[in-house]
Design a protein around this ligand. Sequence first.
Ligand SMILES: [Zn+2]
Ligand SMILES: [Zn+2]
Length: 246
Amino acid sequence: MTLAETLAPVVDLIFPPRCPLCGEGLSAQDGLCSSCWNELAIPGEPACTMCSRPFAESVAHGAICAPCMADPPRHDGIAAATLYNDTSRRLVLALKHGKRIALAPMMARLIASKLAFVDENWLIVPVPLHRWRLWRRGYNQAALLAREIARLRGAELTVDALRRSKATPVLGGLGRKARARALKGAIAVDRKRRSKLRGAKVVLVDDVLTSGATSSACVSTLKRAGAQKVVVACFARVLDEMLTQA
Ligand SMILES: [Zn+2]
Ligand SMILES: [Zn+2]
């Protein structure tokens, strides 16, 4: 029995488990109530072979979505636990700004359920936070998720494989080209981790995947360092059609 298990009944007595989103009473500390759970949009099939973007209608097996067709991605797949909606947004914000780091294991479990192919031969790498933001917030939410995913899949966590070499402006509101320009040279491989990445299979982890500009920059950097495969994993995926086009 671990310490956490020994303490669980005591913790439950002092802090009766509640749904972190709506405050509804729960039978266990770690999770959502069934109505909040049902609000999460879990992406399913049919979906794009390259990026798992769900298709509205049934399509032929092996179909590729229009964005992937127009601009073939450098990644080797996207594993999203949920599609971005009000419920997933509130979870992401609670993890990021509300210091609800206790949400990380539950959110990571949902991501890991989309990563059944990941085993001890994979590296788990979080999208890095610039050190100023890290210093202000005290933790990198992507690293919290990455740590749990590594544990759940028995894979190797390499928390510092990537780093931000410059602070980047907020990318929301910038067009595609401007975003790419703002990120040019912003993400680098840590020199000490270079040999580990050569030929590696990598899961790149972030909490939210929006335009994909940041993750694309990370994927390119990892591939330049010799990574054989990079799968992008996130908790909430924003589909392009949900973004206001700049
Ligand atoms: Zn709830
Ligand atoms: Zn696609």
